[in-house]
Design a protein around this ligand. Structure first.
Ligand SMILES: [Fe+2]
Ligand SMILES: [Fe+2]
Length: 244
């Protein structure tokens, strides 16, 4: 493989290792917060188990990064992502919807795409193991939202879904005019070309995330508008450069 491909693959796996470590810390914190308002929630235990999964994923990703010659390490920073004005219970709901219903669901779709290609055996093994767990982590988020929706009004979240999407977004996927070199080579080493990432991101929102939110009482209209605006900005180069 070329040095450039090796560098890209190493950086992608090192980035994933950091994201996995951050997810672990987030899940530990959220698990500790739920009993204060919902002591009987099964999601607390699921979050603890998920945190262990994320630690394991972080190790697997870091090993791959090292195999591609990229150093990993540094400390994962656990930054609460809910708006500061939110009360504790709303903040937990915001974070679980953002981290699980959206991010984990997107992750499953991304990993499934990598598994359909001809990945290197070691990459394939790691992707397979991670995908299996992320499916469970996504469901855990929907379970928490459903549990909350059953006892209180969760409609307020609708206006915040665009911030969740913006916060977790890899902005590069909406960059105009890009073209990744050698997309098949990238895929083989577990790196999705940006055009594929964008297709997966949009498709997962439209087919899974938005309908899932709507079913549980969170209107998807603001999020749909956000997505339409993002896509429109991309297809008209120059738009968005002035004044916003
Ligand atoms: Fe993970
Ligand atoms: Fe996960």
């Amino acid at each position: 493989m070329t040095d450039e491909l090796r560098r890209l693959a190493g950086a992608a796996w090192a980035f994933r290792a950091r994201v996995e470590r951050e997810a672990s810390s987030r899940f530990v914190r959220l698990a500790a917060a739920i009993p204060a308002f919902d002591p009987a929630s099964p999601v607390t235990d699921l979050l603890r188990r998920a945190a262990d999964d994320e630690d394991r994923h972080a190790t697997l990703c870091a090993e791959l990064a090292t195999a591609y010659g990229c150093q990993t390490g540094g400390t994962a920073v656990d930054v609460p992502i809910a708006p500061r004005s939110f009360a504790a219970r709303d903040a937990v709901l915001y974070e679980i919807v953002a981290a699980c219903c959206i991010t984990e669901t997107e992750s499953v779709a991304t990993l499934a795409t990598l598994l359909t290609g001809t990945a290197e055996p070691r990459v394939r093994m790691v992707v397979h193991e991670i995908a299996r767990d992320e499916v469970v982590h996504g469901r855990m988020g929907w379970a928490h939202l459903a549990r909350e929706a059953a006892v209180r009004d969760v409609a307020f979240l609708a206006a915040w879904v665009p911030s969740m999407l913006e916060g977790g977004l890899d902005g590069a996927i909406f960059a105009a005019g890009e073209r990744d070199a050698a997309p098949d080579d990238l895929l083989r080493h577990g790196v999705l070309p940006r055009s594929r990432k964008r297709e997966i991101f949009v498709g997962t929102l439209e087919e899974v995330v938005f309908p899932g939110l709507e079913k549980l009482g969170v209107a998807a209209a603001p999020a749909r508008a956000w997505l339409a605006e993002r896509l429109a900005r991309r297809s008209s180069p120059g738009a968005g450069c002035f004044g916003n």
